[in-house]
Design a protein around this ligand. Structure first.
Ligand SMILES: Cc1ncc(C[n+]2csc(CCOP(=O)(O)OP(=O)(O)O)c2C)c(N)n1
Ligand SMILES: [Mg+2]
Length: 304
C-alpha cells in the first residue's frame, strides 16, 4: 500500500500531520457551474475595461483563463478569507503568468479584497494594481511575478515549506502554455515530485498561443501531459471553458494522494467569448481600442 505524503511527513522527526491551525472561515455559498460561467464573463468584461482604460495590458490570456479563475475563487475551490487575507491557514495562490493579472485582479475585487472601483486604476502610477503583480501592494500577492517561470519555482518552494511545517494549506499556481517553455519550470517540476509535494496544484492555460504566435511553432511543448507525467506528476486534462469540468479537475487535484503534485491542463481559447478576439495572438498583449471594447462588452454582457 502506498503511504500518503501526510504519513511521510509525520514520519520525519519534527514534522507534524498537516493542519490549518484554525477553522476554515465561513465563505459565501459556492457558485454552481451556471453561476460560475456568468461570473467568468463578468471577469472578462472587467479585464477588457481595465486594459482599454490603461491602453495597455494583456486581455487575450485573461479571457482564456476567466473560467478557471471564476471556479477557483467562487466555486469553493480555494480556502481563503477576503476579510483576513493573511489568514495563516489560507491556501496560497501564485499567478506565475503574471501578465494576465487583469483577470486575477477582477476576481479579487469581486471576492471583496478591495473596492471594485479600484480596478479603474490598473497600470496607473501609484496604483496597487500594477501591470504585473507586485508583492507589498495587495495583501493577496504572495510574490511578485511576471518573469515567466519564476512564480512556479516559488510556488514549489512554498509547498515544500508548508509541508515541512505540517500545514494542510494547498498551493495553487497558474501558468501559461508559452510559459512552460522556460527551463526553470522543469527544474521545479522535478524537485516537486522528488519532495512529494502533493499539496502543489498547477494549472496551465493551454490556449495554444503565446506572444509571437502558436506555441507549437515557437517552441513545441507537446505531448504536454505526458511530459508532466514523466516528471512524476498527476496530469489532468479538461475543457477550460466548462465550469463543471474545471470544478471536477480542481476537486480531484485537491484530494490527490500518493505524494504526487498535480497539474491540470485547461484546453482554452485565447480571447474566449469575443468572436473577433478568439484564437488571435495579437490580443496577447494589446488593449482593444475604445469602440471595439464597447462591442466586446456588449457581446459578453449577454452571458453575464
Ligand atoms: C522570462 C520572460 N521572458 C519573456 C517574457 C515576455 N513575455 C511575457 S508573456 C509572454 C508569452 C507567454 O505566453 P503564454 O504563457 O502562452 O501566455 P498567453 O500569451 O497565452 O497569455 C512573453 C514571451 C517574460 N515576461 N518573462
Ligand atoms: Mg498561451
Amino acid at each position: 500500500m502506498q503511504k500518503s505524503a501526510a504519513a511521510d511527513a509525520a514520519a520525519i522527526p519534527g514534522i507534524a500531520s498537516p493542519s490549518r491551525n484554525s477553522a476554515i472561515p465561513a465563505q459565501a455559498r459556492p457558485a454552481d457551474a451556471a453561476a460560475i460561467s456568468k461570473i467568468a464573463n463578468q471577469l472578462r468584461i472587467s479585464s477588457i475595461r481595465m486594459t482599454t482604460a490603461a491602453n495597455s495590458g494583456h486581455p487575450g490570456g485573461s479571457l482564456s483563463s476567466a473560467d478557471a479563475f471564476a471556479t477557483l475563487y467562487f466555486g469553493g475551490v480555494l480556502a481563503h478569507d477576503p476579510a483576513n487575507p493573511s489568514w495563516e491557514g489560507r491556501d496560497r495562490f501564485i499567478l506565475s503568468n503574471g501578465h494576465i493579472c487583469p483577470v486575477w485582479y477582477s476576481a479579487l475585487g469581486k471576492a471583496g479584497y478591495f473596492p471594485e472601483s479600484e480596478l479603474a486604476t490598473f497600470r496607473q502610477l501609484g496604483s496597487r494594481l500594477q501591470g504585473h503583480p507586485q508583492k507589498g501592494t495587495l495583501p493577496s500577492i504572495e510574490v511578485s511575478t511576471g518573469s515567466l517561470g519564476q512564480g512556479f519555482c516559488v510556488a514549489a518552494g512554498l509547498a515544500l515549506g508548508l509541508k515541512m511545517d505540517g500545514k494542510a494549506s494547498k498551493v495553487f499556481v497558474s501558468l501559461g502554455d508559452g510559459e512552460v517553455e522556460e527551463g526553470c519550470v522543469w527544474e521545479a517540476a522535478m524537485a516537486s515530485s522528488h519532495y512529494k509535494l502533493e499539496n502543489l496544484i498547477a494549472f496551465v492555460d493551454r490556449n495554444g498561443l503565446q506572444q509571437n504566435g502558436p506555441t507549437e511553432k515557437v517552441m513545441g511543448i507537446e505531448p504536454l501531459a505526458d511530459k508532466w507525467r514523466a516528471f512524476g506528476w498527476n496530469a489532468i486534462e479538461a475543457d477550460g471553458h466548462d465550469a463543471r469540468q474545471i470544478l471536477g479537475a480542481f476537486n480531484r487535484a485537491k484530494t490527490a494522494a500518493g505524494g504526487r503534485p498535480t497539474v491540470i491542463i485547461f484546453k482554452t481559447v485565447m480571447g474566449k467569448g469575443v468572436p473577433f478576439m478568439e484564437n488571435d495572438h495579437q490580443w496577447h498583449g494589446k488593449a482593444l481600442p475604445k469602440e471595439k471594447a464597447e462591442e466586446a462588452v456588449r457581446i459578453l454582457e449577454k452571458g453575464a
